[in-house]
Each structure stands twice: as C-alpha cells, then as structure tokens.
Write a protein that binds this ligand. Structure first.
Ligand code: NAD
Length: 463
C-alpha cells in the first residue's frame, strides 16, 4: 500500500500532522505502537493536569472560609481522583482516534521499522506488513532519562509515568530533578500530604526560566512546605526496609535522606535507537532538522521530542503542521516562532521569549524591564489569588517586547497574548494601548507593558 504520508508516532505531533494532511485531501497512514495520544495524552500533560485540578479543588475547599463558604472537611478520595484522571484520558484518546478515523486516516497499531527511505515495515499482532510513503514524518517522541548513579535501576524507582499511577499517596518522596515534571508532580503529592524533597543539581529549579520567576516560585513552594535543595547532587540510591535511602552532596557535605518513594525527573531523551537502519544526521541526542522539519534524507521529516529541540506537545503539533505544509510545497517555517513554556501548579508560571539575563546579553544591556504586581489587579484580588507578577522585557531601540514572564493565576492562559505579541514583533506601546477588558487578569499584562514607559496606572513605580 502506498500513502501520500506515513506518520510514525501518534502523539500530539504525529496525530496533528496526520489530521492536517488528511484535511488537505491526502492519503495518510499513522503508525502507533502503543496508545494514540502518546505521552502527552496518556502519561504526561493530560493526566498531570487532571490530578492538578483535583489538588486545586481540594485546596479551594480547604481555604473557602474567607469567601463565605463553610466546608466541614475536605477529604481526598485518591481512588476517585485516579478514576477521574483515567476517564478524562480515555475520553480524549477515544476522541482523537475517532477524529483520525473521521478524517480518513488509516491507523496501524504496531511497531514501525524502516526497510528503506520510503518503506516502513509494521509489526502488528497479526504479523508483518509493509507500507510506503511519498513523505514520511517521524514523530516517535521521547523517553525518560535515568542518570547512571548507583541504585538508579533499583526496583521501584519511579518515572513520571508510574508516579501518576501510584495506588496510594506516599508518606515521603524525593524527586531528582527540579524541572517541570519534578515541580508539577512534587506539587501534586505535597498538596496531598506527602513530604516532598526536590533535589536539583543547578543553582535554581526550572533552570531555563527567568531567575526572578524561579526564585519567587521557590520561595512560594518552600513557604507551602516543599523542601527544595539546589546545587545538590545525588550520589547513590539504596534500598531501605521502608523505601529508599538517598545519599547526596550539598555545600561540601554528604547527607542521607530516607524516603518512601524516589522519582527520577532529570529530563527526557529522543526515541531514536530504532532508527539505526536509516542514515539520519543527528544533532545532539535528536534527529537534525531544518526550519521546515526536514531531515537530511529527502522526503523524511522529523517533528516533536524526537528532534530533541523543545520537548513540548504544543511545539510538536505546530511542527507537524509545518512539516505537512512544506511537504505540500507551501511556505511555513519554525524560524523565529516564539514558544511558550508553562507550569501548571498554583501559582501557575508561564513564559515566552528571552529571560532578563539572555536579553541583557543579546542587547548588550540595552533593555527595559517592567514588573506588575498582581496585588494591584482587581480580578486577582476578587478570586483571592493576588500572589505573583507579570514581568515584561523590551529592547531599548524600538521598545519591542522580547520576553514575558508570568507568575500567578491563569498564567498559562495569559501567556497566549504575549506569544502573539512576540510573533507580531509588538512594542510595549502597542500592547499597553490595546484595550483589555475589565476586570480581568489580562489587564495586568497591559499594565506591565505600560510600566515600560513608566505609565502603569495601578503601580506606584516601575523599574
Ligand atoms: P527538564 O529538562 O525540564 O528538567 C530536568 C531537571 O533535572 C533540570 O532542572 C536539570 O538541571 C535537573 N537535573 C539533571 N540531572 C540532574 C541530576 N543528576 N541531579 C539533579 N538534578 C538533575 O525535564 P523534565 O522535568 O524531566 O521534563 C521532561 C520534558 O518534558 C521537558 O522538556 C519538559 O519541558 C517537558 N514537560 C513539559 C511540561 C509542561 O509544559 N508543563 C510538563 C512536563 C514535562
């Protein structure tokens, strides 16, 4: 069978590419060895957000008195929380599968292997089958990295997947890695009563984020009772009678931490080992691609985590559309695309563009920075969540916005305006002089922009 597009991997990158190509009238095959929806829908973004919502409702119930509500006792029913999470995942993966079918995409459930540059062999339950693609898109995703310290392979060491499926809320948990996974999962279990210790080897958690944002978030999480150790290295994990014993080095001294559970969240690596038969050029751990997501092999594209560039579902989906459009001979590019990054705990964090340090380096110090404190935003006060800020960075020549960092309620929604602002090369004046509805959190973004000119109405001063 010969298709216009053969897409390997049914995560957000692969399934978006498949549906997009099918909507353009093409014959499309999608191969998935496990579950449609990939890591994001099954073991990543969606189940995490479902549990984070449980925690949000729980916290809201516990702190509802100030809003005039008497909740006698908020009790976590973990089994129901897990069931709710699984139902959401199921309905979403079923939905995606039916979207693929309704758009005429042929789904192959099996393991793909390249026989040649245009031929893929699929091993299914019923045997082997070969299909050909005029264009092939590799969207095979990534897998967790396990750092090779002694004890990393002990039975019971968790990755994010198992952590989302724990049958009980543990008494204590050490999380190796203070990235997005470590902080989101740590926050969930801490909120449910687990004693959580995050161990990060770099000087700040969320090392890719702006220093102010990471620092403020660290203070907030510590205030809530999470233990965060930075500049800290785990040297060994040992099995103990009631869990594990972690040995770590910090500030020149060696410490030991007894815990029930250990989560390894030190990043993910592209799934490329199965591609040995193809002479693909690599870049770092991932497949090398250009701005149109083309690999060095004609007609073979790679998108998403397998490229090792941004391991984010939304980037993978967009790259899928770019690859299909390029394959159809249309102009589309990833060049200059601002990519938002989001953290869904409370308070939420989201950012796009340059950090202050990056902006100062890139523009040789010629930058302006404005903060707007959410304490001064009416909507944030009405919902009882005035903790956080909007930080906007502009370059000085045109006042173009080059970085936006948000800490606070709905940060992950508010960032969309900032992404558009960066994409359209918007200046601080343009954003500040755009009417924002009142009362909304988005007014804070407008005010932070106005702050660049020293004109934020609800601020005493702007930096
Ligand atoms: P990450 O790269 O975000 O963070 C890994 C962290 O581990 C880093 O802070 C790193 O410095 C630290 N680290 C590395 N080696 C260490 C060691 N030996 N000891 C202690 N710390 C160490 O990776 P992640 O959190 O595992 O997430 C994987 C990918 O999934 C990321 O690319 C992330 O963006 C993506 N993801 C995104 C979201 C979201 O958008 N909300 C949520 C989950 C995951």
């Amino acid at each position: 069978m010969k298709y216009d597009f053969v897409i390997i991997g049914g995560g957000p990158g692969g399934y978006t590419a498949a549906i997009h190509a099918a909507k353009k009238g093409k014959e499309v095959a999608l191969i998935e060895k496990h579950k449609i929806g990939g890591t994001c829908l099954n073991w990543g973004c969606i189940p995490t957000k479902a549990l984070l919502h449980t925690v949000e409702v729980y916290n809201a119930a516990k702190h509802s008195q100030a809003f005039g509500l008497e909740v006698k006792e908020a009790v976590v029913n973990w089994e129901q929380a897990q069931k709710n999470k699984e139902e959401i995942v199921q309905s979403l993966t079923d939905g995606v599968e039916s979207l693929l079918e309704k758009n005429g995409v042929t789904i192959y459930k099996g393991n793909a292997a390249f026989k040649s540059e245009d031929t893929v062999e699929i091993t299914t339950e019923n045997g082997k089958e070969e299909i050909q693609g005029k264009k092939i898109i590799i969207a095979a995703g990534s897998e967790p990295i396990m750092i090779p310290i002694p004890g990393h392979d002990l039975e019971g060491i968790l990755t994010s997947k198992e952590t989302l499926e724990l049958e009980e809320v543990p008494k204590s948990m050490a999380i190796i890695g203070g990235g997005v996974i470590g902080i989101e999962l740590g926050y969930i279990y801490h909120s449910l009563g687990t004693e959580v210790t995050v161990i990060e080897m770099l000087p700040q958690i969320l090392p890719r984020e702006d220093e102010d944002l990471a620092q403020s978030l660290t203070e907030i999480l510590e205030e809530k009772g999470m233990k965060i150790l930075t500049d800290c290295r785990v040297s060994e994990i040992e099995k103990a009678s009631d869990g594990f014993s972690l040995h770590y080095q910090m500030g020149g001294s060696s410490e030991e931490l007894p815990v029930e559970k250990v989560l390894m969240a030190v990043g993910r690596k592209p799934e490329v080992a199965w591609l040995d038969s193809l002479a693909l050029e690599m870049e770092g751990p991932g497949i090398k691609v250009d701005y149109q997501m083309k690999t060095n092999i004609p007609n073979v594209y790679a998108i998403g985590d397998v490229t090792g560039k941004y391991m984010l579902a939304h980037t993978a989906s967009h790259q899928g559309i770019v690859a299909v459009e390029d394959a159809l001979g249309h102009k589309m590019s990833m060049k200059g695309q601002p990519v938002p990054s989001c953290l869904y705990i409370e308070p939420e964090a989201a950012s796009v563009g340059l950090t202050e340090k990056e902006a100062r380096d890139q523009y040789r110090g010629e930058v302006s920075v404005s903060y707007f404190d959410l304490q001064m935003n009416g909507k944030a006060l009405t919902i009882g969540k005035p903790l956080g800020f909007i930080k906007i960075i502009t370059e000085k020549k045109w006042n173009e916005i080059v970085g936006v960092h948000i800490l606070g309620p709905k940060a992950t929604e508010l960032i969309a305006e900032a992404v558009l602002a960066l994409r359209l090369e918007c200046t601080a004046e343009e954003l500040a002089h755009t009417i924002h509805a009142h009362p909304t959190l988005s007014e804070a973004v407008m005010e932070a922009s106005a702050g660049i000119m020293g004109e934020a109405i609800h601020a005493l001063s702007s930096e």
